[in-house]
Structure formats: structure tokens, C-alpha cells
Design a protein around this ligand. Structure first.
Ligand code: T1G
Length: 693
């Protein structure tokens, strides 16, 4: 017997049916694939020549899950749960043969099989929580039956991929077979099942671990408590926990029904919509319309960095982590020594926490060279300037770099605001100059804005974009403008945060609203953390702004135990009566009659001007697409993924509502609120920015 359709095929060899799935690129469970697998399983059940079935995938991976692009569309084909039940109900043993990643519905499919084998490089996981949902086809009921409640909770609520060896140890896999010999290994395993007369092992019938957990409800209470901070704001983790609780407390079929009940509203909700949108946005960001994937890229095997300050050091670490040698140049020996010592200290701190091997500290530091001589930057493939934000200084530096750097080297500036075209013009080779804007702390934050200078070669831009993932960054291509995408929008929020405080809110009100929205912290807590005296000096202070007044009182932020907030010895913040008084006086001195703002009004005033600025950025072509802007905010500023980014958020409230407020403020406050033409158009046509909300 040999049956096939476009995505599945069946071949029987000596009693073993090989059911091959072939649905590139990741064998996602489209309707056609679910239908195909169910049909093929039906055929093997009916065929007396078949004694066992091996389910294996062609291409780079085992089934990577449901087809996310089908979500929210009318259901077609055999439901996944039914397909899995068909596998589990097969009268002949089914062995799932795993390579690549068995994820989500893919792992659920494998859990429907009676046995599972894998190559050592394989990984398995239930990443649904990252899409704002729970495993929806039995994963929450079957996984704990094999690995126990604690492990299942950890896997399902984190969505992390578990390597094959670990999966074997926890009983999730039955055997590892030699790399590159999955089919032969799986067939041999199937024969062993037959010759040893092993049972049709159905996970649904394994109840031992569930019974053991039944008398221990505290497992769940404790897990919720321990992870409250991590799960803050997200709906899906609680869904995952409740579903595993159901696995413990209900018979299998009722547990499956409960899983469905939890799954459906999550899938239809805004959080999951946002998180699925982010999944695709993250992949879309690499696609640059005028730079096809075939654009040649330059090798980057050595890197130079100018400036050993906080940014320069953090940037260097990204390359050292990736095994790329770095030469760091500073003007003064003491600054160079301090910069290198900080890098070492950071690595040692990570090693002390057990997150880096001591040998890796040595090897990474071994890739780092310090120098006081720009001449040391004559051989590197890429040089990144990370000095003080001063145009004249940057121009001088690039002119000198132009003299020393090798022909063809990429010359990048880490400027946060300045005109990269002007910097490029200081060299005789503007085609080699771009911006590479890292976010602080540069070794931690995932965002890298790649600033496309007007004259930059396509090859140079493509190289920077392809380099980003190699150093663990999400590269977003942006155009030259003041502050690029992220800081340009941030400036809007910052201005309004300050004004809100002058007009009637307190700093802690503003911060709380943003925190509750899902951001890691608000602007005033952030300023206290960074230090209020950055760029401030007593000599030049005019005592006009709140910030200047605070600095003059030596309230310079967390480091002085006081800033916008008071801090206790554990650095816990509390609202300050001194600041409250000062804010009231400040408003009075400016002749402002304070009024009250509710949380909704505060949020609108902070976020809508950002959206308007985002629309201007799109209009001017400084970002390729709305979803790129959203990725900047998620990867660079901690915007909560479950809100999809500012442009996605705009689509959830509607351009009309944003426009109405901008118009109101333009009239009442000033021209800085003038709505962008694009926002106006979206409001008029009802079109979305992202088309995904
Ligand atoms: N559905 C649709 N498209 C997908 C997809 C999926 N599940 N996974 C990947 N793609 C597309 C992706 O957009 C990209 O397209 C291309 O495939 C290659 O992906 C019932 C509810 C498997 C580890 O969450 O984690 O099962 O950009 O660039 O780096 O409980 O893709 O080329 O046009 O990422 O090698 C659970 C999601 C679903 C897995 C491969 N599964 N995928 O990484 O390639 S929910 C997931 C991944 C579910 C059940 C439920 C990764 C990968 P394009 P890529 P990669």
C-alpha cells in the first residue's frame, strides 16, 4: 500500500508503515496536514500488512505546531484533537520520530503516539503561552501524566524548549537514536516494540502521577506565588496553570473539555492576537523591500569600538559573547582601564550566578584588546563609534577613522539622536557609514536600530541587519531623523509626562499608570534609577525645571537615596511629601491651576502623542512598516508584548479616538499635537496601521 497527498505520504516496508509529513518550512499543522495524517492513520489501521507505524517529518524539523496563520479563521478540516485521538486510538503502535523541534501541536501530536524517539539535537516544547494561549489539543492533560505536575507547569508556563537528553531523562522520550539516522532508528525501535510485545501505551491512561499530585493542592498555590512577578499582566499563564490543575482533578476527557474551555477565550482575546502579531512582526522585520535576501554581505570577523564607556563596553560584550575579537580604543589610559575592568566585572558577576563558566570569562576576555591609538583600528571589518553625543567630536572621530580604517570596513556610529548623514559626510567614504544604535544596557537589551544613512551601500546595510541576530539582537532598519524611531517617540511621552505633573498629576501617578499598563517602570522611576544629574551641573543649573530643583536639593536619584521618590535602605521607593510640595509650588509658580487626571486620561496623554509620532515616522518612510515600530518598542523599551506595541495598540483603540484627542490638544495646548496626515487618513478610512488588531 502506498497512499499520499501533497503533505503526507505512506510507505510500508516489512510490516512497518512510514508516515512522512512534508509541509515546508516547519511542517505546521495546516488543515490539509491534519486531514492527511488522520486519513493515513485510518489506512494503516485498516491495512493488515501494517503492524506498526512510524510518524516522521521531512525537511528541517518535526511538526512545529499549529499553523498560526489559520488562527481566528473559520475552522476547516479535521480538528487537531481528533487527529491526535486517531493516532492514540490506532490499534497498531505508533512511534513518533522527532528531529528539529517538536513544538506546540507538534509535541501534542507526538504525545498522542504510543512511543517517542528522537535524535540528540532535537528539542521539544509547548510554546503556546508565548502566543497568549495554552496548549489546546491535549498538551496540558497529557504532558503532566508523563513528566509530573511540577515539570509540566514549568514547561507549559515558560514555553521553553527542552533538549532531547533532558526530555529522555524525564520520560518524555523513550529513546535517543543516532544523529542523522532517525528513520532507521525509529523503525528499529518499532520492531523492538513488536518483538517484545510492548503494550499500546496511551498517555491518556497514565494516572499515577496525577493521583500522586491530587492530595497536594499547595503545588499550584506555591507555583502561582513564586511566578507572580514573571506573569504580571499576562492572561495565558494562569490559563496554563488552571488547565494542569484540571489534569490532576478531573478524568481525562473532562480535563480535555476544560482545556478547550480555557483555550477558546484566550485565543479570541486581544492578548493572543497581539502576541501572534508579534511572532510574525519579529520575522517580518528582517525583510527589506529593496534589499533581497540575495544581497551580498561582508564578513565581520573582527570589530573595533571607539569609546570604553558604558555603551562602548556593553557593545563590546555582544561581540565577545559571539566569539568575535574586539579592539577597544579610548583616549586616556585610566578610562580604558576602567572600561575593561567593568567588562570583566560584568562577566565575573554572571559567572558568580552560575550563568557563565569561569573558562568562558577567560576566553571572552582573551578576545578583547585595549588601545589608546586609533591606528589600532586599521584591520577590523567593522568599527563602531560610541563616544559622547557631540556632532563636532563625532565628525572629527570619523575623519580620523577614515584615515586609518581599511578599505571596505563598515564604519558605524552608535549615536542616539544625531544626523548620521552629516557624520558620514565627514569621511571620504559615506557609502561605508551607517548607524548602529544599541540600547542601554547594550549587552542586555535586544534592540538594535540599524540607521540607514542616505549614501550607505546596500551591502553595508544588509551586513548590519544580518549581523544583528548573530550577536543576539533584533535589528530594525530605521531612517535618519532626530532620535530615529525609539527615542523620537519616547521624547513625546517624556514631554507629556512632565506636563502632566505640572498640570495636576503626581510623578507616582504617571509611573503607576504605565506600570499597570505593563511597562517595567515609568519615566520618573526610570530617571531616579539613571540619576537625575546626567547632563546637570550646579554652575549651569537655572532651578527652573523639577529636575533642576531636585538636583539642587541633592535629590539626584536612587544613588543619593532620594529623587522624585524617597528610597529606603533596600532601595524601595515611596512617594515623597517633599516632592509633592515642590510639585504644587512649581505649578503655582507657573500660574497653572492644577486639575485631576484619572488613569485613562494619563495613559492617553502619554501614549497618543507617541502613536501620532509613529504615524509621522511611517509617513516620512523612517520605518518600513508599523510592525517594525512596534518591535522597536517591545525589544528596546519593554513595551508589553501582550499589547503588541504602540501601533498595534493604536489599532485596538482606533485611529479615530487617537485623532480626536490630538485635535482637542492641538486646540487647547499647542501645535506639537498637530495630527499626522497618515493618522487622519487612517481615522477617515477606518483602516488599521497593522491590519492585525
Ligand atoms: N505557523 C505558521 N507559520 C510558521 C509557524 C507556525 N506555527 N512556525 C513558523 N512559521 C513560519 C515563520 O513565520 C517563517 O515564515 C517560517 O515559518 C520559518 O520560521 C493546538 C495552539 C519552528 C523554532 O509557536 O518557534 O500549536 O518569515 O524563521 O528560526 O496547542 O518558527 O519565512 O515567511 O522562525 O528555523 C505552537 C512557532 C503553535 C512554534 C523554527 N508552535 N515557530 O525557527 O524559522 S500553537 C509555535 C517557531 C499550537 C496547539 C497550538 C519557529 C521554529 P517566513 P522561522 P526558524
Amino acid at each position: 500500500m502506498a497512499a499520499s497527498d501533497t503533505v503526507t505520504s505512506l510507505a510500508v516496508e516489512d510490516g512497518i508503515a512510514i508516515l512522512t509529513v512534508n509541509n515546508p518550512p516547519v511542517n505546521a499543522l495546516s488543515a490539509a496536514l491534519r486531514d492527511g495524517i488522520a486519513a493515513r492513520i485510518g489506512e494503516t489501521s485498516a491495512d493488515p500488512a501494517v503492524r506498526a507505524v512510524v510518524l516522521i517529518c521531512a525537511g528541517r524539523t518535526f511538526i512545529a505546531g499549529a499553523d498560526i496563520s489559520e488562527f481566528g479563521k473559520p475552522p476547516r478540516g479535521v480538528p487537531l484533537a481528533e487527529m491526535i485521538a486517531a493516532i492514540e486510538g490506532s490499534p497498531k503502535p505508533v512511534v513518533a520520530a522527532v528531529h528539529g523541534t517538536a513544538l506546540g501541536g507538534g509535541l501534542e501530536t507526538a504525545l498522542g503516539a504510543h512511543y517517542r524517539v528522537a535524535v540528540p539535537s532535537a528539542k521539544v516544547g509547548l510554546p503556546e503561552v508565548k502566543l497568549g494561549i495554552i496548549p489546546g489539543s491535549g498538551g496540558t492533560q497529557r504532558l503532566p501524566r508523563i513528566v509530573g505536575v511540577e515539570r509540566a507547569l514549568a514547561m507549559i508556563t515558560s514555553g521553553e524548549q527542552v533538549p532531547a537528553a533532558e526530555a529522555l531523562a524525564m520520560g518524555l522520550l523513550d529513546e535517543l537514536v543516532a544523529e542523522g539516522e532517525l528513520l532507521a532508528g525509529a523503525v528499529a525501535f518499532a520492531r523492538k516494540v513488536l518483538t517484545e510485545g510492548r503494550p499500546l501505551r496511551k498517555v491518556r491512561d497514565m494516572n499515577e502521577k496525577m493521583e500522586a499530585a491530587r492530595g497536594r493542592p499547595e503545588i499550584f498555590a506555591e507555583f502561582r506565588r513564586a511566578n507572580a512577578r514573571k506573569f504580571r499582566g499576562f492572561d495565558a499563564p494562569e490559563g496554563c496553570i488552571s488547565a494542569v490543575e484540571a489534569a490532576v482533578n478531573l478524568p481525562f476527557d473532562e480535563g480535555i473539555a476544560r482545556e478547550r474551555e480555557i483555550f477558546m477565550p484566550l485565543m479570541q482575546g486581544t492578548q493572543s492576537k497581539a502576541q501572534r502579531y508579534v511572532f510574525f512582526a519579529e520575522r517580518e522585520v528582517r525583510k527589506i523591500p529593496d534589499l533581497p535576501d540575495s544581497t551580498p554581505v561582508k564578513p565581520v570577523e573582527s570589530v573595533g569600538i571607539i569609546g570604553a564607556g558604558t555603551m562602548g563596553g556593553g557593545i563590546a560584550m555582544n561581540f565577545l559573547n559571539a566569539g568575535i575579537p574586539v579592539t577597544i580604543v579610548e583616549a586616556r589610559q585610566d578610562n580604558l582601564d576602567r572600561g575593561i575592568a567593568t567588562i570583566r566585572k560584568n562577566y565575573e558577576a554572571t559567572a558568580a550566578k552560575g550563568r557563565l563558566k569561569p573558562a568562558d570569562v577567560v576566553s571572552r576576555m582573551g578576545l578583547l584588546t585595549g588601545s589608546l591609538d586609533m591606528g589600532s583600528l586599521s584591520s577590523q571589518d567593522l568599527v563602531i563609534e560610541a563616544i559622547f553625543e557631540d556632532m563636532e567630536l563625532k565628525k572629527e572621530t570619523f575623519a580620523e577613522l577614515d584615515r586609518v580604517a581599511k578599505t571596505g570596513a563598515i564604519l558605524a556610529s552608535n549615536t542616539s539622536y544625531l544626523d548620521v548623514d552629516e557624520i558620514a559626510a565627514a569621511t571620504g567614504r559615506p557609502e561605508s557609514v551607517i548607524g548602529m544604535h544599541f540600547f542601554s544596557p547594550a549587552n542586555v537589551m535586544r534592540l538594535l536600530e540599524v540607521v540607514r544613512a542616505a549614501k550607505a551601500d546596500p551591502e553595508v546595510v544588509a551586513t548590519a541587519m544580518k549581523l544583528a541576530p548573530k550577536i543576539g539582537k533584533l535589528g530594525v532598519l530605521v531612517g535618519v531623523c532626530h532620535g530615529f524611531v525609539g527615542n523620537r517617540m519616547l521624547a513625546e511621552r517624556q514631554r507629556e509626562a512632565t506636563r502632566l505633573v505640572e498640570e495636576g498629576a503626581m510623578p507616582w501617578d504617571v509611573d503607576r499608570v504605565l506600570f499597570e499598563f505593563g511597562l517595567p517602570m515609568g519615566p520618573f522611576a526610570m530617571s531616579d534609577l539613571a540619576g537625575l544629574d546626567i547632563g546637570w551641573s550646579r554652575e549651569t543649573s537655572r532651578g527652573e525645571t523639577l529636575r533642576e530643583k531636585l538636583c539642587e536639593m541633592d535629590r539626584r536619584g536612587q544613588k543619593t537615596g532620594a529623587g522624585f521618590y524617597d528610597y529606603d535602605s533596600g532601595r524601595k521607593a515611596s512617594p515623597s511629601p517633599v516632592v509633592e510640595r515642590m510639585v504644587l509650588d512649581h505649578s503655582a509658580a507657573k500660574g497653572i491651576t492644577r486639575r485631576s487626571f484619572d488613569d485613562g486620561a494619563i495613559l492617553e496623554r502619554l501614549v497618543y502623542p507617541m502613536i501620532n509620532e509613529g504615524a509621522k515616522i511611517l509617513e516620512e518612510g523612517k520605518a518600513i512598516r508599523a510592525s517594525d515600530i512596534d518591535m522597536v518598542w517591545i525589544a528596546g523599551y519593554g513595551w508589553p508584548v501582550y499589547r503588541g506595541g504602540p501601533m498595534f495598540y493604536a489599532d485596538t483603540v482606533g485611529a479615530k479616538a487617537v485623532l480626536a484627542k490630538m485635535e482637542e490638544w492641538e486646540t487647547a495646548i499647542g501645535p506639537e499635537f498637530a495630527p499626522s496626515a497618515l493618522l487622519r487618513r487612517k481615522a477617515e478610512t477606518g483602516e488599521q496601521f497593522t491590519g492585525a488588531a
